[in-house]
Write a protein that binds this ligand. Structure first.
Ligand SMILES: *[C@@H]1O[C@H](CO)[C@@H](O)[C@H](O)[C@H]1NC(C)=O
Ligand SMILES: *[C@@H]1O[C@H](CO)[C@@H](O)[C@H](O)[C@H]1NC(C)=O
Ligand SMILES: *[C@@H]1O[C@H](CO)[C@@H](O)[C@H](O)[C@H]1NC(C)=O
Length: 395
């Protein structure tokens, strides 16, 4: 409030009454919309943990494959479901899962639209994301390999996304050369009024995993390039330095979560004996390994990476201390498996409470999935990471 009053005093001097009235109205409107936000925001309008529960919750939406709304039919639903099914079922599922989970952030991990079937890519994207905007939820997106197959290029799709309402998506870091579109990070502040209020206690990284190989001798999907890995390493390193070297100094790095579209070759490291969820199709990673998994392991702060792309895989498996997680397909115009519900992955991050009852840094990270069945069934709840027990014995 005081910020606005100061601004008002500074800017009203010398204004004639009608213009002053207009300015007052504008300031009042800005104040109301800022105050109407359901969530407490950090100083930069950023993300932060909730003061009541000490939690921060992300709903991941993978592979909506949205096209022309009501006119676009569904793939792989039961014969009895075909007639009444369209992109609008994807929209309805978004509203249901947002109402049920009340997330602090929604992340769309690519193939948000199916460009080839979208008459107007920008309109399809607007319709696809609309539920998050209408519910005033902060959201972030990366692009997959199908978003650009319509009337917008990859660059064009990302430019459109960063211009949409309530988005925290960014085009790319400024001042550096980087491959792809939509490489950025978000900081999640500690609880307002606590010791870690002005620190990023959870870091989110978003990368463009590309679409297809552009090297003639190599077929298949694209990969996360050296320039992107360099940016990730630099960003992770500077966040860790800030967290551990600046007052109030912290002993361990803040955990990081990474979101992109195409699976890394390391997603093939598991069998049913060591993952939670299902693997019902092959792992469609690029045919060469560009080393991003090694970059994440070396950085040390990343606890989990979340992707989409393979719609009927929805597992999480732990490799070298990093959980590699699929979300499972969300959209009805995306291939799937008839009778196997479309789904979303939820991640809930919980802070630790001190003896005096104040929220501090992250204690553990949980995940589960929500199915688009009549009860929005929750399945496969698991702890992804627990402070003090990740690769170290609890003493
Ligand atoms: C799609 O939505 C329609 C209209 O609400 C509903 O009748 C139908 O059961 C839904 N189909 C699926 C597969 O969820
Ligand atoms: C966080 O920043 C705000 C605004 O600058 C300041 O009032 C507050 O004292 C800071 N809190 C801590 C714990 O440093
Ligand atoms: C998972 O188990 C299989 C054998 O069942 C083994 O070959 C593989 O190395 C295990 N993967 C990890 C990441 O532990």
């Amino acid at each position: 409030m005081s910020r606005f009053l100061t601004l008002l005093r500074a800017t009203t001097m010398g204004l004639a009454p009608p213009r002053l009235l207009l300015l007052l109205l504008l300031v009042a409107a800005a104040e109301t919309s800022a105050g109407a936000g359901r969530k407490e925001k950090g100083s930069g309008g950023g993300l932060r943990f909730r003061s009541g529960s000490g939690t921060f919750k992300v709903v991941q939406v993978a592979d909506m494959h949205y096209a022309d709304g009501r006119l676009t039919g569904c793939l792989d639903v039961l014969p009895s479901e075909v007639a009444a099914c369209s992109d609008l079922n994807t929209t309805a599922f978004l509203y249901r899962v947002f109402r049920a989970e009340d997330p602090d952030l929604v992340v769309f991990t690519g193939d948000n639209i199916y460009g080839a079937d979208a008459t107007d890519a920008a309109k399809s994207m607007d319709a696809a994301i609309a539920p998050a905007i209408n519910m005033k939820l902060p959201w972030a997106a990366v692009i997959g390999n199908h978003d650009q197959e319509g009337t917008l290029s990859r660059e064009g799709v990302m430019r459109h996304l960063v211009g949409m309402k309530n988005t925290l998506s960014r085009f790319n870091p400024e001042g550096i050369e980087i491959d792809g579109y939509g490489n950025y990070n978000l900081e999640v502040g500690g609880v307002e009024g606590t010791l870690l209020a002005n620190k990023s206690v959870l870091n989110l990284y978003f990368l463009d995993s590309g679409d297809y190989s552009t090297v003639p001798s190599i077929g298949g999907y694209g990969w996360i390039k050296a320039s992107q890995q360099f940016w990730f390493q630099q960003t992770s390193s500077s966040l860790q330095t800030k967290y551990m070297k600046e007052q109030p100094k912290q002993k361990e790095a803040a955990p990081g979560l990474v979101y992109f579209h195409i699976p890394l070759p390391e997603f093939s490291s598991f069998t049913a004996s060591n993952f939670t969820g299902v693997k019902q199709e092959g792992i469609s990673s690029p045919s060469i390994n560009s080393g991003f998994f090694a970059s994440m392991v070396e950085a040390g702060d990343v606890k989990a990476a979340f992707i989409g792309h393979d719609h009927v895989n929805d597992f999480c498996g732990n490799l070298n201390g990093i959980q590699l997680c699929y979300a499972g397909g969300f959209g009805y115009h995306a291939y799937g498996k008839a009778g196997w519900s479309r789904r979303a992955r939820v991640v809930s991050v919980q802070l630790e409470k001190t003896d005096s009852g104040e929220w501090r840094g992250v204690k553990f990270i949980k995940t589960w999935k929500r199915l688009d069945d009549p009860h929005l069934t929750t399945i496969d709840s698991q702890i992804l990471w627990n402070r003090g027990s990740n690769g170290m014995a609890l003493s």
